[in-house]
Design a protein around this ligand. Structure first.
Ligand code: FES
Length: 347
């Protein structure tokens, strides 16, 4: 035997052979290092688990998320805004045809992935789900972020890749089931019986956790979510130009400090007609220049982006706070009697 080590391989009870654990003073340091290596991914797992659970519940509690076509902050409107700028825009078509189904799928999917990761139940499957969600969001929301490291979905994708490779073997349901399988093998149970017991008990735990997630999500959507209220951002489809006619709104629909929403006939993007000071009108694109989310209507002289927090000046479209670095494109607006006409994009 080498000094300071035990020369036999050890088992963690899960059937996986572990490297020898050193003993003695230098061995204790090595043992701490080994312990650190074993739990190295625990902070990442907790972060991803909490973040995705919270993200799912946050969507279900958001009064705008399921509001549909008339609300610029809804899943439908955000998907519609992202479609022209996404490399997989054509694949978003089904989500626009059944927005409620896909919106709920994403929200409950995030919740399931988050809970599975936190509890360490079928950890690799949860990581695969988290990776697919992050990849989808990267290709739709973060793909055009420049520089790329300011987009948040790519780091999540990398985090899920690490979790997919490592699984959740410690402080987890998976770890408990693996240890019990090791004990079952040691007392002579056949491999088939061990596997069946592990799969059945894992499935029971998954049904229980899934049911708890479903209940939690449903309670959140029922009792915490408020109804979307009509706003200057508009309910109903914003005015568009058809057959070469002008895009216009009644001046009375644009209060000082507020906005009315129209659609740029050239791009199909939403545009806010704003009146930052009495009698001073402008048109500002509602599409965030960071990654294409729809910014909120003006409030307190600013337009905020719900995706990553950029803020823009409601009079000029200039960036007040990043990560966006480019201002919102401006449009000419002319007053014609009691109507405001949208002109061409100026910047
Ligand atoms: S899309 Fe990222 S801040 Fe608006």
């Amino acid at each position: 035997m080498m000094e300071g080590t035990r020369d036999s391989l050890e088992s963690d009870g899960s059937g996986n052979e572990q490297p020898p654990v050193p003993t003695g003073p230098t061995g204790r340091t090595a043992a701490w290092k080994a312990l650190g290596g074993r739990y190295a991914l625990l902070p990442l797992r907790l972060f991803l688990g909490v973040t995705f659970s919270y993200a799912g519940l946050d969507k279900l509690a958001d009064r705008h998320y399921l509001a549909g076509r008339g609300d610029l902050q809804s899943f439908y409107s955000q998907t519609l805004a992202a479609k022209p700028h996404s490399p997989v825009g054509a694949l978003l078509e089904p989500a626009l045809h059944a927005p409620t189904f896909f919106a709920l799928l994403i929200a409950f999917g995030e919740l399931a992935v988050g809970l599975g990761t936190l509890f360490g139940l079928w950890g690799r499957l949860a990581a695969l789900g988290g990776g697919l969600l992050s990849l989808t969001l990267f290709l739709t929301v973060s793909y055009n972020v420049t520089p790329f490291y300011l987009g948040n979905d790519l780091p999540y994708l990398m985090g899920w890749t690490a979790m997919l490779l490592a699984g959740t073997p410690y402080l987890s349901v998976d770890g408990y089931l693996a240890k019990r399988a090791g004990r079952d093998r040691a007392r002579g149970l056949s491999e088939d019986a061990v596997r069946r017991r592990t799969v059945v008990d894992g499935s029971i735990a998954a049904v229980a956790l899934g049911g708890a997630g479903l209940l939690l999500g449903s309670l959140t959507a029922t009792f915490i979510r408020k109804k979307a209220t009509p706003s200057a951002a508009g309910t109903g489809a914003p005015p568009t130009a058809t057959g070469g006619s002008k895009v216009s709104v009644a001046a009375a629909d644009v209060p000082v400090g507020g906005s009315a929403t129209v659609t740029d006939p050239a791009t199909g993007d939403a545009v806010y007609i704003v009146q930052p000071k009495a009698g001073q009108y402008a048109g500002l694109s509602a599409i965030c220049t960071h990654a294409g989310c729809t910014v909120d209507p003006p409030k307190g002289g600013q337009l905020s982006c719900p995706c990553h927090g950029s803020r823009f000046d409601a009079a000029t479209g200039a960036v007040l706070t990043g990560p966006a670095v480019r201002p919102l494109p401006r449009y000419a607006v002319t007053k014609d009697g009691d109507r405001l006409d949208l002109g061409p994009q100026q910047s």
